[in-house]
Structures are given as structure tokens and as C-alpha cells.
Design a protein around this ligand. Sequence first.
Ligand code: BGC
Length: 638
Amino acid sequence: MIFAVHKSLFVACLFFLALFSVVILLLVYGWQTDEFVIPEIDARYLDTSLPTEVRIKSLLASMTQKEKIGQMALVEKNSLVSITDITSYGLGGLLSGSGSKPELNTVEGWYTMVSEFQREAATARLGIPLLYGSDAIHGHAHMEGATVFPHAIGLGATGDAELVEKLAAATALELKAAGVNWNFAPNLDQPSDIRWGRIYEAFSDDLLLVSELGTAYLKGLQTPGLTNSERTNKTERLEVLGTLKHYLGLGDMKWNSSLNKNFRIDQGVTVADEVALRERYLPPFEATVEAGALVVMVGLNTWGDERLVKNTYLITDVLKDELGFTGFVVSDWYGVHEGRKNRFMATIEAINAGIDMVMLPYDYQNFVRHLMWANRLGLVSDERIDDAVRRILRAKFALGLFDEPQKPINTEIVGSPAHRALAREAVAKSAVLLKNEANVLPIQSVVKTIRVAGSAADNVGKQSGAWTIEWQGIDGNWLPGATSILSGIKARVGDDVLLEYDVQGNFKDPNAKAELGIAVVGEKPYAEGWGDREYPVLSNEDLVAIERLQASSEHVVVIIISGRPLLIANEVDSWDALVAAWLPGSEGAGVSDVLFGDTPFSGRLPLPWPNHAEQLPITAGGVTADQTPLLYPRGFGL
Ligand code: BGC
């Protein structure tokens, strides 16, 4: 009897041990070979005559779970351990994080680099092409020789949607020439506090202007894209894929709320306010989603007490279900995992909230492993993964990548005279004349002696701002093919005028006054939280240069090169004229076009200009925090 009991216990143990081993073996085997069953390839996805949705369906049916999950990974190209990981992990996209360039930073260098990645992707079982993303937020400015357009705040000042559409189309051509098929723009942020380091990335704090210019930019980039409603029954071939960013409420975070210890407001907290959501933050996304956007990037801010990246209500219920967004949602840089000890849980939460592609951007191996396990354990459903991949593939098909993964190289288009002329037009139209006493401007031809000073007069790096060659930009005179503001002035006046320049305003004979002094002053380039400043003011060097010019010239025009309105209330009264020229980019001559009246001033302030820091933040209606009057309201411009 005892023997019988022991025997059945023994058999039961053996049985469970065997079962356990089989499970372990299956899991290990399953992990290594990726899948127990590899689906047969349904080649209809390659048939260009079929509707896109049919092609997506057949491709999805051909994919293993690991191939699907790989599509959800977006990796910074320098994080690739080996180029063959593109195929072994089936990665969906690569990006050049700002400033991450090929060794040879020319159009040829870029094209060769991306082509190599695409060639690798093509060798995979299903040969799914890669998305290759970059932040060409003011032209493909990380690449030498590219046209650098004014940053978005300057475009907001032009208020010219047609112009914005044209320059986005030019940006698309320069990106495509470099092999890049995805741009992380347009930016739809609505900033309320100039202390934030990303003001210049936004068009305006006015949701109507943001919607209008955002739509124009998207159309220009995605030419000849379809609207969201047209897309269901037509096939398209976008030039370049656009991205609406940053979803949602970015720009309206509270000062000192940043979760990043290095920053003050960037990556901070936006108050979770349903009214503001409906009336303010959402409308630009609604307009651009309908205009045909296929990617939305979720911001690094926090909505109330929850990181946006985990917010199912905003991502799935509002964006996808309510707005009917059929494209994919990508998280921002390291946004899913930063500050999270449990990366497995962080991945699950983000994917279940509705993130379709994760900008990791580093650790793709663990991401794929974690999501495979989460899926096997039922923590992320098959349906959620299929939905995410379907959305990503939709964008890839819309780009025509399956039919022509890499377009032929076109070097001529990069920095072409036509593109530079367009940029110069945008520079002139973005300049806002804020003060003009004694009609100093436009400069008359009778003026024969001019002195120029200031840190931004002959500094193409400064006038271009960040996201130019390097993420944080360059403070210096190095940007191939660019024209500084000083060279623009020099070329305009020729030999007819005695033009003297000194960065600090030290002139040989200061007592013999020049008829006019032009001070071109401004901020050093900065990006993101590194530009958060409690008191955004002019530097002492620049203030001294202005004073010296005032002492040595009859009249002084101050031109401010900055990513935001600066606090100038203490100084502005002593200046004869003031121009806000924002961050004009490579075509500095556009500034002299307005100074000399070749193009009339037409720019208007895209956001209010405060008097002092206690006025911050300022509501979209232009009401200051301390209820005192602004220096200049939004829309102002002489
Ligand atoms: C920024 C995004 C950008 C991304 C990729 C992030 O730090 O917030 O705007 O698109 O990096 O470079």
C-alpha cells in the first residue's frame, strides 16, 4: 500500500517534471527560433495593384510574433550593436538622434549610410523596409550644405501658410536626397512660458495659427499625401513622413515642475484639465490628423500625475478612437523607460496605453525580449500588437517603401539656389519690427556710414540656433554655404557705404559718430531643457556692445536673434529701433532685405512679449500671471 502511494507520487512528480521541462524547452526553443510555427509568406503584400489594406493584411498574416514586435522598435543608429541586428530583430525604424550623423556628413554620406541600413533590412525573410527618422525641424540642418530655414517661431511670425508649405516641401526633397524618409516635424506645441528652452520649436501660442501652419507644413512634407478620410480607398506615395509632436499639452508645463533634475520646466507637468484639452491642446492635432498625418509623437511631459506615455485615455480613447487617427503613435526619446526601474512593466504599460512604436532609443534587445514575454504571458494581447504593427505598416506602405525602398540620390537639390531663395524670403517675412523711432528703418540710401556690433552679427551658428549640425547647435562661424547677417549687410551696401564691424563695438575712432549703428545681439544656441532659463535676458557682452554703439553712432537699431522673446524692458527705451529676427538660419541676407527696405516688414509677433519674469506664464488669451500689461501683445508688428 505504502509502496503504491509512493509509486503514484513518484509518477506524479515525474509527470510534472516532464511537463515543466517541456514548457521550459518550448519557451527557450521558442525564444531562440522566435516562433514555434513560422507562417507561410502571403506574397500579395508585394502586389502594387492591390489596395493598401489588403497588402497590410497579407503581410501581417505572414509575420511571426518576433517580426511583429521588432517593427515596434525605433533605435538610434549608433546604438546598433551590429548592422545585422536590423534583420535578426526585424527592427521597424532607425533614427539619427539630433547630431548623430554619418562619418562623412554630406548628402552622399547620409545616402550611403541609410542605403546600407535599407539593404540589410531587405535581406530579411519578409524584407520589410525601415523607417529612417531625423529631426529636420528647420531643414535637414544636421547635414552640411543643407538649406537651414528659420526655426518654427519665425515661421509663426510670417503667418504665411503657403510659404510654410513650400519650405516643408523643400525640406522633404533635401531629406529624400539624403535617403531619410521620416521627419520628426511639424511641432504643434503651444508655449505659455518663455523660460522654456523649446519655445522656438513652436509656431505660436495661438492654436489657430498652430493648426494652420502645422497643416501647411505637413502637406508640404507629405506631398502628395491624402487626407485621413481619403486614405481608406486610395493608394499614396508620400515624399516624406511627417510627425505631429508633442502630444499633448507640451509647452504648458509649470515652472519648476520638471521630472528631469537637470531641467526646470522641460519634461515638466501639464495640468490635466479636460477643458484645456478640448479647447486648446487638441484642436491642432485634430486638424492635422484629418490633413493626413500618419505619426504622432507623445511628449516627455506629465499629464497631471501620470506620464503621458502611460495615458490610455489620451492616446487610445481620444487620439485613436475619437479623432480616428489611423497612423501610429511613437514615444519620444527614452520616454518609456527613463526613470523606470522595472522596464518590463514600463514596456507593458506604454504598449497597452496605445504606444505603437517605442523610441527606445538604445536597448532594443531587452525591449524585444520583454514584449515577447509580456505577449506570451497574456499581459499584452495579440490584438494590441497586431494593431500597432498594422499602423506602422500603413505608414510604410503610404511612403511606397515596399515598391521603392530607396529613391535615387539627388545631390543637386541640397542647398540649391531655389531653396536658399525660399529660406531668404522666409527670413525677411519672419522679422518683426517692434520699434522704429525717427523712422530709422528702412535704412535710406543717404546713410553712408554704418557700424555693426554684437555677438550674433557674424555668427551663422548663433543665427541658426540648435538642431543645426549638433543637437545643441554651434556657437561660431561654421556652417558650409551659410551667409551671416553681417555678410548680408556687406553685400547689400557694397562699396558705397563705409561699413565698420567689431563684435564688441570697439571702433577705431568712436568720437567720429557713424550715422547708424546696427547691433545684432542674441542668445547662444540651446536645445530642450538645456535652454530653460529663469531670466531670459541679453548677455552683458551684448549689452555693452549696444552701449558702445550708442556712444559711437547717431542712431542704433537693435536686432535680436533669439529663440524666444527676451526680457528687455530695462533697455528698450534707449534703442531707436528694434527688430525680432528669431533664429533665421543659413540665409542671413534675408535680414538685410528688410533693413534696407527691399522687402517691407510684414512679420507679426507669434506670441506675447513680456515685460518682466513675474508675468509668466501668460495665458493663450494674453493675460499675464501678475495681471500687468505686456511689453508687446501677440500679433504686434510695425
Ligand atoms: C525630442 C523630440 C525629438 C527626439 C528625436 C527628443 O529629445 O523631444 O522632439 O524628435 O528627441 O531626436
